[in-house]
Ligand binder design. Sequence first.
Ligand code: F6P
Length: 319
Amino acid sequence: MKTIGILTSGGDAPGMNAAIRAAARAAFANGLRVKGIRNGYDGLIKGDIYEMNVSSVADIIHKGGTILGSARSSEFRTKEGQDKAVKVIESYGIEGIVVIGGDGSFHGANILHERGIKTIGIPGTIDNDMGYTEFTIGYTTAVETVKEAIWKLRDTSSSHGRGNVVEVMGRHCGDIALYAGVAGGAESILVPEVPVDMEQVIERVRRGKKRGKLHHIIVVAEGVGNSKEIVEKIESETGVETKLTILGHVQRGGSPSAYDAMIASEMGVKSIELLMEGQSSQAVGIKDGKIYNLPITEAVNTKSEFNRELYTIANMLAN
Ligand code: F6P
């Protein structure tokens, strides 16, 4: 192996830059040439590719976003798009590609593998929705961002005796809501993995109001789907004025947490080790605190397990 490429794809996540840096530096240490592929699979199809050197990845470990840019490519889902990408890869002499992204990006990596290009997937998404790995890069940073927001909302809620419904990201996964909700001390946490019990939410607000509680924080994962209705129901049933805060893309930005920067660094190095061993279509993850790898096809079929113990704790503490 002489030349590799690196791309980031799907929703960006804090720590992607740390992963790019680690993969590039490990590649240089192994005497490889590194091509930066801009804007995910879209850039691959267009040939938006540049030669990277040690300076290309200097001073990026602490930066949010991705210096390579990211995209959700609809063209790469087509056979024509894939054919174009393969031609580009061959014309640049790229033999292996490190793909940093979520599930969809891993599917893309497997397609390239089937077309004879060696690929390694690194899990980069704030959602933590990839079951084969304990953590995805960006998740703990997003949790910290949400926890900060919850604590700020508690301040202003308390001043006005209001309720606050905080909608957080995560697609179909409730991990951001659960971890940030527990850390932030939310009264209720609603996630797609557990049926919504509005009576319980309302009862908690009523009970809190009775004992003079001034803030009522209800964290709702976006996968639950009806934050506005939840606000209306709380207001009409309890008489507590309730605001809706949709945190949105602020959760995707910012400097990575130490944990995200650390696992990104370890995973970046592992991806190059695997390519040097001649492996392909492998997903890098973390299990029992150790970096490991398994075939991408197995990784994408591993169901994400919801942390029921933590959910039980959240309910106990809310009482
Ligand atoms: O997958 C990351 C994520 O931020 C999800 O939590 C969210 O549902 C989605 O991406 C938003 O996507 P976009 O940035 O394309 O609006």
